[in-house]
Design a protein around this ligand. Sequence first.
Ligand SMILES: [Ca+2]
Length: 289
Amino acid sequence: MRRVIRKLATSMLFAFFASLALAPVSVAQEEKGIAEQAAKDTSDKSGTNPINFQRDLRIYNEYLWLNTAGDGTQNLTTLEFRTPFAGGKWQFRTRVPFITSLRADVNGDGIDDIDDSGLGDINFRLLTVPYFEGANALAFALEVFVDTASEDSLGAGTTSLAPIVFFGRFFRGGFGPWQKGGLFAPGLQYKFSVDEDEGRDKTEQIILDINFLLQSVDGQSWLFAEPQIVFDQETDADFAIMDIEFGWMMTKWWPNLTGQSFYLRPTFTIGADRPTDYGIEVGYKFIGW
Ligand SMILES: [Ca+2]
C-alpha cells in the first residue's frame, strides 16, 4: 500500500510541475485575467474558491469511522470564520473543532479504551495571493495549530506551524452538470511542532494537497474534489485522504437566502497507516455577509 501511495504522490507531483510548465503557453485569449476576476468576483458566494476573500462563516459536522483494531468512531463539529483584511490583500481564517464524541477500542478486545469529548486543537491561518497572471495564481499561507485540546486524545499535544504554497489554475468548461469552469490548485504544506506537551511526540508532516473544483453554469452547485497525501516524518506513516464535496446554493430553492449554501462531503482514506477509514461531512456556509 505504501508503494501505491508513493506512486500516487509521484504522479500528483508530476501533474503539479507539468501544470506549472504548461500554464503560460496554454492560456487562451478569453482566459486572460480570469484568475484575478475569479479572486475578486463577490457574486460568487459558493465559498469554494480559496483565493476569493469574503467574510465567511461555516459550521460543519463530520462523522468518521476510525482505523482501530476494534470499533472506533468520532463525531466532530467545527466552527470556521474567515475574513479579508489589509485592504483585501490578506485573509484570516480560524477553525474551532469540538469533538462531541470519540470512542475507540484500540486493541480489539471489545472494550472502548477511549471515550472522550471536548475541545480540539484550534487553528489559525493567514493567506495571501501575491501573484496573478492570466489564468494562474500563486498563494502563500501560514497555518498555526494551537495546543488547546481539552483531553490528550482530542489533539496532537503540540503547537505547530505549517507554511503552505499553492498554485491555482482557473479554467473554463467541465463535465456533466458542472460546465462553467473551475479551479485546479495543487498545494504543498510542511507542518512541524515548535512545542510539545511532556510525553507527546513531535509533529512533522509533509502534505500534498490537490484541490479540483467545477461549478455549474448558473453557479448554484459545484463539485469539489480534494485528494491529500500525508507523509508523517515523525511516525514514518504515509496515507492518502480523498474528499469529494457536492454543494448547492440555497438560493436554488429559496431566493432570499443569498450567500448561504450547504454541502455533503464523503471522505475515504487509503494506506495501511491511515488513522481513519471513511466518513461523511455535512456543512453549511454563509458567505459575503
Ligand atoms: Ca479495547
